[in-house]
Ligand binder design. Structure first.
Ligand code: SAM
Length: 289
């Protein structure tokens, strides 16, 4: 795909779906799209781009391809172990009203895992879990509490599965007492945080294909939205370079705590955002499984 073809396809995708491909690393994105178009249609890129206008199914397939929603409960056992045995217990010493945000929550497996942990560690606590994603379709499954496949729930520890999962034919649903602990909302991460004052922000496996500019914007916004001493929990491959400048310290692999002395207290809403979501349509960012 040459520059002209890629530019044309990008502008079609932006106008039809709101997904701003300028937020993605362009080499990887081109290769992925080339493979996808070739596999599904065998058309040349320009013809494919033109057909997107008239064919809603083609457009839906493309959106599904761009939005990688793969997720599972307690994804990354070791990191969730640290969260449960070290990070959340420390937070609970300070407050029984934790305000938590699961950003890019996909099918809801992540926020429901958090709800299960909190119910064990602090059954009487008045905690809040906000879970957001850009993808309406996936949020519908999250809000409904399933159904989840055996593969999606395989990481749920036995003690939690017995209490909080309900078998439903060959699949599983989250029990009502867990489902009602999570508030779901559609939100585009590239417009900045929906609120501030969070004790914990969990954003995992969302930024793999982001450009550095999009990541800078995101992490700066997250830091601004954390309370002092609040914690940012990232994915295993999403190490945060330059966390000190943001006013964070690394307290464990994947966990960063706000020190309260960083530049990120100034939220970057005013920054020029040609490629971070202030175009007419919301900028959607791809994610990695
Ligand atoms: C691979 S899933 C990760 C889910 C979960 N955090 C986990 O680790 O299992 C990435 C999710 O990020 C969402 N996402 C991608 N770009 C987004 C954006 N700009 N705003 C909000 N959500 C976005 C996708 O729709 C997808 O559901």
């Amino acid at each position: 795909m040459n520059d002209l073809e890629y530019g044309y396809l990008k502008s079609k995708i932006l106008s039809l779906t709101g997904i701003n491909l300028d937020n993605y690393k362009s080499g990887q994105m081109r290769r992925r799209l080339e493979g996808f178009i070739d596999r599904t249609q065998g058309l040349d890129v320009t013809l494919y781009s033109k057909r997107l206008d008239q064919n809603p199914e083609l457009l839906q397939d493309l959106q599904d391809f761009l939005t990688i929603n793969v997720s599972e409960f307690f994804r990354d056992t070791q990191a969730f172990e640290v969260l449960q045995t070290q990070v959340i217990p420390l937070m609970l010493k300070r407050s029984q009203r934790l305000n938590i945000w699961s950003a890019g929550c996909s099918i809801g497996a992540e926020p429901y895992s958090l709800a299960m942990i909190l119910r064990k560690l602090s059954p009487g606590g008045q905690h809040r879990i906000l879970a957001t994603d850009l993808d309406e379709k996936i949020l519908a499954k999250a809000k409904a509490g399933g159904p989840y496949s055996a593969a999606e729930v395989k990481g749920v520890p036995r003690e939690f599965a017995d209490k909080h999962l309900v078998a439903d034919g060959g699949s599983y649903r989250v029990a009502e007492h867990i489902r009602q602990r999570v508030e779901f909302r559609r939100h585009d991460l590239l417009t900045g945080p929906p609120e501030s004052g969070f004790d914990l922000i969990v954003c995992r496996n969302v930024t793999i294909y982001f450009t550095s500019k999009a990541k800078d914007f995101l992490y700066s916004g997250f830091t601004g939205a954390l309370k002092d001493e609040g914690v940012l929990f990232l994915g295993g491959t999403e190490a945060l370079l330059g966390f000190q400048e943001l006013g964070l310290k690394r307290i464990h692999t994947s966990f960063y705590q706000k020190t309260g002395h960083g530049a990120a207290d100034i939220h970057p809403r005013g920054v020029s955002q040609s490629a971070v979501g202030t175009t007419d349509a919301p900028g959607k960012v791809l994610s990695k499984v």
